[in-house]
Design a protein around this ligand. Sequence first.
Ligand code: MTE
Ligand code: MO
Length: 226
Amino acid sequence: MKPGLILILILIGLVAIVWIYTLTGLSSQINEPGSLELPGKEIREYEGEPLNSAADFRENSIRGPQKVDISTYQLSIYGLVEQDKNISYPDVLHSFPSFRKVVTIHCVEGWDVTLLWEGVMVRDLIRKVGLKPEANTVIFHAVDGYSTSFPLTYIMDNPILLAYRMNNETLPEERGYPFELVAEDKWGYKWIKWVSGIELTDDPSYHGYWESRGYNNDGDLNRSFF
Ligand SMILES: Nc1nc2c(c(=O)[nH]1)N[C@H]1C(S)=C(S)[C@@H](COP(=O)(O)O)O[C@H]1N2
Ligand SMILES: [Mo]
């Protein structure tokens, strides 16, 4: 073969490789830390800090682990917003910036677990739909019928994560897949798992599942829960 022909063949080969690479979406997977397809291996240390394992939880959910069909799953944001919105799982992961943080969850039963959480900020989701001025309370709803609520200021003034990964792995089913709220500085019963809805209301007296059974509605860690 002539050297010129070899050069042309090499060039065609290179173009084909780049084309296939972009077509398969490999490039975006590599650049996005929150990518769905990232292989997960649980980490047990982050920046020198030891972490517990996703298996260290005691499973005590009201109806046991929930199975969510991710192909039909939608996160609904509704109520006192400019326009209700349903967002698919991939859209939550790819359309919002993701953040990582080591946070400890404390259950009222006396155990705690420290993990590296990764997720999107709830306030970014809410800003996307636009708030009505009367909104003052955020109620989270879950697939198992569980719910819990917060003052709007807690959600908008703090970097509160809706997590889809823990310790570098996709949330396991028992831990709330697809989303668990990382309700920093709040008792475990505020860390709602299997989140399916975020409702904006003007009713600060709303009481969620455990709250309507006597647990403190603030759920502040530095206060007693009953
Ligand atoms: N949807 C849902 N989220 C939930 C619960 C639940 O029953 N259903 N239990 C809460 C409680 S009381 C705790 S302590 C944390 C951690 O529970 P786990 O150990 O069952 O993961 O999840 C919280 N989130
Ligand atoms: Mo709990």
